[in-house]
Design a protein around this ligand. Structure first.
Ligand code: ADP
Length: 156
């Protein structure tokens, strides 16, 4: 007998679940795209958040549903407004890495009150650190991890 309670085992198992195992494919748009393009992409790809990138998948911003709704409230022509002027910009973006525990990402979503984060890999380009987008974690992925844990418990 290890002396560990079911709760402790559950916690330890939970901490082993990483981003890599539960991440989804990122949906990105180029920074030269318009707000109109972003709205179309969001509907076609069926996601709630788009990552704005420049060439080579380098993360520069993020746009949510409400960012696009807000931009649509004015009288501007949405095809002539670049998404880069309404997005939330780096370095003000909360990100995660593939090896992070999913629990840590769940904490970030709650404390920052956001729906998702990009999974990034740091790269050095011309002595500058850039963030390449390689995945996406949303509340849906966290829910999947939660269900996965419950299944393991049932089968034990
Ligand atoms: P919505 O705005 O549709 O409710 P969110 O709650 O995810 O969706 O986004 C709230 C605000 O936070 C938006 O302005 C969005 O640009 C910004 N945001 C979303 N995700 C992130 C993130 N990972 N890091 C920083 N800001 C974010």
């Amino acid at each position: 007998y290890t002396g560990k309670t079911g709760g402790t085992l559950f916690n330890e198992h939970m901490k082993k679940l990483t981003v890599q195992e539960f991440q989804s494919i990122p949906v990105v748009i180029n920074d030269s795209a318009s707000v109109y393009d972003a709205i179309c992409t969001m509907f076609l790809e069926d996601v709630g958040t788009l990552f704005v990138v420049k060439q080579d998948s380098i993360l520069i911003g993020i746009v949510s549903r409400k960012d696009l709704l807000r931009a649509s409230m004015g009288k501007q022509d949405l095809e002539s407004v670049p998404v880069s002027i309404i997005m939330t910009r780096m370095p003000n973006i909360t990100t995660c890495k593939q090896e992070d525990p999913i629990l840590e990402v769940a904490h970030k979503l709650i404390s920052k009150q956001i729906d998702g984060v990009p999974v990034v890999r740091e790269r050095t380009v011309n002595d500058q650190t850039v963030h390449e987008v390689i995945g996406r974690i949303t509340k849906t992925n966290i829910t999947k991890a939660f269900v996965h844990l419950a299944k393991d418990e049932l089968h034990d």
